[in-house]
Ligand binder design. Structure first.
Ligand code: HXC
Ligand code: NAP
Length: 293
């Protein structure tokens, strides 16, 4: 089961944070499907090594450009360089992120600014820099932002990330309406847990935390990077042109399990279920008048 090799033929796609983790997995998939990929993040050495490895594995062209997305001038220079080197750009994946798992009262304002700067400002700066070029050139464009399943409902202990991802989701939905008529679509992916060094070493460093995290997922496993990369490829391709302003969750059902008021009942033993049934049936019988019972 696979997409055909020309799904993204001749497309140029910029991926922020494209040298590691999910960004790199998406970049590799886009390359396999015919795209030219621009990867942008802070660490030039990481980007250079990733570009060399990606081209050795899949052929095609990967252009590494060092850029701190918190800096609007650096973003402008990165997008200008991508556009010039590749003869235009067709798509953007806002994937770069920072996150700190901590009780919120332990965070300084610099810690808050750091996460908001990377996730919220970085995503808006990149989207604006490309969007202005697309609109001026009358060119179509696609923006895909990687958010989180807590972008909508928030989450304790990752407050700057939750606030920033909520903002990115709001940007996605707002621009889908504003720029949709001019050929630019904006969508988001909300991933559940996917094993990447950057996220898991920072947020789930203790194996017991990992076991707990997996236990919460109805399909009982973490996501595979290729599963997310294939979803992203679909959303960057012409197969999904009518999807605009949406956020696709890919989490094995984790978010819904947390939301269902009775989902905790999955931990009941069969004896407890039998006792519950007997008690519920007894209550029903008691509630009826003698004639009904
Ligand atoms: C409290 C912390 C902290 C911590 C850093 N700080 N870590 N405060 N608890 N664990 C504080 C610092 O002391 C400093 O404040 C401020 O934050 C900025 O820290 P720096 O190290 O100077 O910042 P910087 O080098 O810019 O690093 C940014 C970062 C870092 C966000 C802190 O973690 C980073 O570079 N992350 C990028 C990759 C990443 O996070 N990947 C995971 C994405 S996963 P003071 O006041 O001391 O100066 C994700 C979703 C996962 O987003 C979903 C679930 C699986
Ligand atoms: P990751 O490998 O740590 O990716 C983060 C990337 O962002 C890195 O390549 C990093 O590169 C880049 N970055 C950080 N700060 C930057 C800055 N100021 N400017 C430019 N680039 C910057 O983690 P990941 O798991 O692949 O995360 C990728 C995306 O998926 C993120 O948006 C994350 O929120 C989302 N996500 C991940 C999971 C998961 O389980 N893995 C779950 C939900 C959502 P440099 O350090 O070189 O800058």
């Amino acid at each position: 089961m696979s997409f055909t090799g020309d799904l993204l033929k001749s497309r140029v796609i910029v991926i922020t944070g494209g040298g590691t983790g999910l960004g790199r997995a998406m970049g590799e998939r886009f390359l396999q499907l015919g795209a030219t990929v621009v990867i942008a993040s802070r660490r030039d050495a990481v980007l250079q090594a990733a570009a060399t490895e990606m081209m050795a594995l899949h052929g095609g062209r990967v252009v590494p450009i060092a850029c701190d997305v918190r800096d609007p001038e650096a973003v402008e220079a990165m997008i200008e360089s991508a556009w010039t080197q590749c003869g235009g750009v067709d798509g953007l994946v806002n994937n770069a992120a920072g996150n700190i798992a901590a009780p919120t009262e332990r965070l300084s304002h610099r810690a808050v600014d750091s996460v908001l700067g990377i996730v919220l400002h970085g995503s808006i700066y990149c989207t604006l820099a490309l969007g202005k070029r697309w609109l001026a050139a009358g060119r179509k464009g696609r923006v895909l932002s990687i958010v989180t399943t807590y972008a909508e409902g928030g989450s304790a202990y990752v407050v700057p990330s939750a606030a920033a991802k909520a903002g990115v989701l709001a940007m996605t939905r707002s621009l889908a309406v504003e720029w949709g008529p001019r050929g630019i679509t904006c969508n988001a992916i909300a991933p559940g847990p996917f094993p990447t060094k950057g996220a898991w070493e920072r947020l789930l460093p203790d194996p017991s935390l990992l076991t707990e995290a997996i236990d919460r997922i109805p399909v009982r496993r973490a996501g595979e990077l290729l599963e997310l990369a294939n979803l992203a490829a679909f959303l960057m391709s012409d197969l999904s042109l009518y999807i605009n302003g949406d956020c696709i969750t890919i989490d094995g059902g984790e978010k819904l399990k947390g939301a269902g008021q009775f989902s905790w009942m999955g931990s009941l033993t069969s004896a407890q279920w039998a006792a519950l049934e007997a008690s519920a049936r007894g209550a029903t019988t008691k509630d009826r008048s003698p004639r009904e019972a």
